[in-house]
Ligand binder design. Structure first.
Ligand SMILES: NC(=O)c1ccc[n+]([C@@H]2O[C@H](COP(=O)([O-])OP(=O)(O)OC[C@H]3O[C@@H](n4cnc5c(N)ncnc54)[C@H](OP(=O)(O)O)[C@@H]3O)[C@@H](O)[C@H]2O)c1
Length: 318
C-alpha cells in the first residue's frame, strides 16, 4: 500500500510517500480501508519530535474514516464492509495517512450512512476533544454558558455546535470573516479575538460556566476574569509553554477549576465517537472541510495546518 511516513524528525521535508506492506490486523484490531484521514496540529508535533511517537518510521495522522476490510482475532463488534471512523492513532500506533490502517476496536465507531467519509474523518479528534472539554470536564448543562476561544478552528467549530446542541448559550471568538458562519452554527455571541476590550465584551454577554481554552498563555488570566463562580476552564493547548494567572485570589474566590484535557487520554474513545455519530446523523453536528489533499500533498497540509487561516478542517484522501 502507499503510506506517508517520516523516518526521522524534522520539518515538512521529512514526509515522504513509501510503498509498504498492508498491515495485518492483530487480535482486537480491524483493518480499515482508508477513505479519508484528517490533519491536526498534533501531527506536526509528533513529526517535529516535540511529542515522541512510539517508533520510527512513523505514519502520521490520528483521524480516519473508511470501510472495514478485515477483522483481527476475537473481533465480534465489527465486520467486513462496516463504515467506521476512529481517532487516537499516529501516536503509540501507526497513523492514518495511508491506504490502510489497523485500528483497535475501542477507538472505533460506526459512521452513519448519511455522513460522508471526509466529514467522519474531519470530526473525530476535534469532536472528541470538544466532548472531553465541554461535557466530560466541564459538565456543560442546558442554559449554562460556554466560552469557546478560536471558534473557527477544528476544535472550535465542533465545540460551538456541541455546546449549542447541549442547550447551552455559546460565546466564541474568531477573526471577523468567520463571524456569520459561527452564528449559523449556533453561536449566540461572537467577538473578534483581536479587540482590545475582549474581556469586557465576553463578560457583558454573560459569564461563562465552562471555558474551552486552546491558547492558555494568551487567555488564562482573561478566563479567570470573565468566568462565573464555580466555572471550569478546559485547557487544551498553548502557543508558549508557560501560562499563569495574574490574580490567584480571584480564582480562589470564584472556586475555579482548571482541567487539562488530552484527547489521547479519553478512557472510552469509541463511546464518545458513538455520541458524535448520533449528533451528526441528527444534523446537530457537522465538520466543515476547508481543503482536501492527496497523500502527495501531505507536506503542504502540515504547513497549512499551522500557518494558514481557514474555517474547519483539512482532510487527506489517499
Ligand atoms: N489537548 C488536546 O487534546 C487537543 C486536541 C486538539 C487540539 N489541541 C490543540 O488546540 C489548538 C487548536 O487546535 P485546532 O485543531 O482547533 O487548530 P486549528 O484548526 O488550527 O484552529 C486554531 C484556531 O485558533 C485561532 N487563533 C489563532 N490565533 C488566535 C488568537 N490569538 N486568539 C484566539 N484564537 C486564535 C485560529 O483562527 P485564525 O484563522 O483567525 O488564525 C483558528 O481558528 C492547537 O494548539 C492544538 O494542538 C489540543
Amino acid at each position: 500500500m502507499r503510506a506517508v511516513r517520516y523516518h526521522e524528525h524534522g520539518g515538512t521535508d521529512v514526509l515522504q510517500v513509501d510503498e509498504i506492506d498492508r498491515p495485518t490486523p492483530a487480535g482486537g484490531d480491524v483493518l480499515v480501508d482508508v477513505a479519508a484521514a484528517a490533519i491536526n496540529p498534533v501531527d506536526t508535533y509528533f513529526r517535529e519530535g516535540s511529542y515522541e511517537p512510539a517508533t520510527l518510521p512513523m505514519i502520521p495522522g490520528s483521524d480516519v474514516a473508511g470501510t472495514v476490510a478485515a477483522v483481527g482475532e476475537g473481533v465480534t463488534a465489527f465486520e467486513e464492509g462496516d463504515r467506521v471512523f476512529a481517532t487516537g492513532l499516529g501516536n503509540d500506533r501507526q497513523g492514518t495517512c495511508a491506504e490502510y490502517v489497523a485500528v483497535p476496536t475501542d477507538s472505533l465507531a460506526r459512521l452513519p450512512d448519511s455522513v460522508d467519509f471526509r466529514t467522519g474523518a474531519a470530526s473525530a479528534l476535534v469532536g472528541v476533544t470538544a466532548w472531553q472539554s465541554l461535557i466530560a470536564a466541564g459538565d456543560l448543562e442546558p442554559g449554562a454558558r460556554a466560552l469557546v476561544h478560536g471558534g473557527s478552528g477544528g476544535v472550535g467549530h465542533m465545540a460551538v455546535q456541541l455546546a449549542d446542541a447541549t442547550g447551552a448559550r455559546v460565546t466564541t471568538t474568531a477573526s471577523p470573516t468567520y463571524h456569520d458562519r459561527l452564528r449559523d452554527l449556533g453561536a449566540d455571541d461572537v467577538f473578534d479575538y483581536g479587540r482590545d476590550d475582549l474581556a469586557d465584551a465576553i463578560a457583558a454577554a454573560g459569564q461563562p460556566d465552562v471555558v474551552l481554552d486552546h491558547r492558555l498563555d494568551d487567555y488564562l488570566s482573561l478566563d479567570a476574569e470573565v468566568a462565573a463562580s464555580g466555572a471550569t476552564i478546559a485547557a487544551i493547548g498553548n502557543a508558549d509553554l508557560q501560562a499563569c494567572f495574574e490574580n490567584v485570589p480571584r480564582c480562589r474566590g470564584k472556586a475555579l477549576t482548571v482541567e487539562h484535557v488530552s484527547m489521547f487520554n479519553t478512557p472510552d474513545m469509541g463511546a464518545v465517537l458513538d455520541r458524535l455519530a448520533v449528533l451528526m446523523a441528527d444534523g446537530n453536528l457537522d465538520a466543515e472541510i476547508a481543503h482536501t489533499y492527496d497523500l502527495d500533498g501531505i507536506a503542504e497540509a502540515h504547513r497549512a495546518v499551522l500557518e494558514d487561516s481557514y474555517f474547519g478542517k483539512l482532510v487527506v484522501e489517499p
